[in-house]
Design a protein around this ligand. Structure first.
Ligand SMILES: [Zn+2]
Length: 450
């Protein structure tokens, strides 16, 4: 595979910023230091650019218009080098069958190394398979505390039972934390009152019911002795509950997503079905609290929740599916916050790379650029001002949530294990060659995360 020298860039890694070249040999980092002057088969000039460990996007849904082949491509253009997909085991499906099918297909078509979360739609029948899944390298499992009408909700009995199984198997619980039955009642009441669908949506998924579900899940995880990961935290009140639990020593990790940092329910009123996501977009005060949580370390991870669907703004709101394309715009959008002083560049790298690697047990193979690590990196122009447009995106979705938005920062090149995948908007590698990564989720001490 040969040698690659990434020369002249500013390396942002493990909380520090240094002028450093990186010598890559056979896909792994061989040497890191200033002015290496090593000879190499290929030299990549990174003068004036930041060199970041590749983004680990731990929240992706490759089962809609972006699939196991196209999702990693759009993600790679956003500086992502590792994805953790939700492998959903729908009712009537065996968990191990679902995981096996995802793994097999991703190994043959994916551009990016990947791990899997198990998505439990029927824990009553599926949770018994958790120990075998853990042995096969899948160690994080998500349940829905909402979507009762869709038949996806896990009740407290099965949630408690599954967290108990996870604790004994050495796995980690994850929950979509919103109170599903309370939401369903509110929705029925609003429909009777004749409110508009968007108004109904916002009123029936209030922050209080996210905070309540977060607290309930944390309590059950404490009783079970099981680590817990809360994806897509959207509300200040939910973050307060998590922060208090962490202060009292609970192993609870928290993630937010770029959409909750950059959009509010005012955008939802304008773009309607395009911005139908769950939990919903919230108030400006929530957005501010999430940026603060990222800066001060109560939020550990930013991930995309990329779930690209074909939608139009005026689609029937309640019939429209949840989700939006996010993986490619995630890094520039969060970096725009860095450019505006909301958090440091060093901290941004931690929430995108180091922390996810530590929480899911992929560190230091992934999430850093130390000698011996996989040579997964992104070259990033921190001074470039670009405009986000659907036309320049690589997602198969028909829109971006950020059309016309100007951001500071652009991904110039993405490399995985020494192989250049994407460069200035052009895909330079063929899909395939991805490695399945066994995780060891939930072992990292919350206080040791950066
Ligand atoms: Zn999701």
């Amino acid at each position: 595979m040969g040698t690659v020298l990434v020369a002249g860039g500013t390396l942002i890694d493990r909380g520090t910023r240094t002028q450093a070249d990186i010598l890559v040999r056979d896909g792994t980092v061989a040497r890191v230091g200033p002015d290496l002057r090593a000879s190499a088969d290929r030299v990549i000039d990174a003068t004036g650019l930041c060199v970041l460990p590749g983004v680990i996007d731990v929240h992706t849904h490759p089962v809609y218009v972006d699939d196991l082949q196209s999702l990693p491509v759009t993600a790679a253009h956003g500086g992502v080098t590792t994805v953790i997909h939700y492998a959903y085991a729908k009712p009537g499906t065996r968990l191990l069958d679902a995981l096996g099918a995802f793994r097999e297909e991703a190994e043959s078509v994916s551009l990016l190394d990947f791990a899997l979360h198990g998505g439990l739609f029927d824990p009553q029948r599926q949770s018994g398979e958790i120990p075998a899944a853990v042995a096969a390298g899948v160690t994080s499992f998500k349940m829905f505390m909402t979507y009762a009408k869709l038949g996806w909700m896990t009740d407290d009995y099965q949630l408690m039972r599954t967290l108990d199984i996870l604790a004994r198997a050495g796995g980690m619980g994850m929950v979509h934390a919103e109170n599903g039955l309370a939401t369903d009642y509110l929705e029925d009441a609003c429909n009777e009152a004749g409110l508009s669908p968007v108004e109904t949506f916002v009123r029936t998924r209030p922050a209080a019911l996210e905070a309540e579900a977060v607290g309930r899940a944390i309590a059950m995880a404490e009783v079970a002795g099981c680590p817990l990961y809360i994806p897509h935290v959207s509300a200040a009140r939910a973050l307060d509950v998590i922060t208090a639990a962490r202060r009292s020593g609970r192993r609870v990790y928290a993630e937010t997503c770029p959409q909750y940092l950059t959009l509010t329910n005012c955008d939802l009123l304008e773009k309607k079905a395009l911005l139908k996501i769950g939990p919903p977009l919230r108030e400006d005060g929530d957005r501010e609290a999430l940026w603060q949580g990222l800066a001060c370390g109560t939020l550990d991870v930013v991930a995309s929740d990329h779930a690209a669907k074909d939608k139009r703004a005026d689609d029937d709101f309640f019939a429209a599916p949840y989700g939006s394309p996010q993986a490619e715009t995630m890094l520039p959008l969060v970096h725009d916050g860095v450019a505006h002083g909301r958090l440091s560049l060093e901290r941004m790298v931690r929430v995108f790379s180091e922390n996810p690697a530590r929480i899911f047990g992929l560190y230091p193979k992934k999430g850093t650029l130390a000698p011996g690590s996989d040579a997964d990196l992104a070259l990033f122009d921190a001074g470039a001002r670009t405009q986000i447009e659907r036309a320049s995106q690589h997602s198969r979705a028909s829109y971006t949530a950020y059309e016309g938005r100007s951001v500071v920062g652009a991904v110039v090149l993405t490399m995985q294990r020494g192989r250049v995948l994407a460069e200035r908007g052009e895909t330079s590698a063929r899909p395939g060659g991805a490695q399945f990564l066994a995780t060891a989720a939930g072992r990292a001490d919350v206080r040791e995360l950066g």
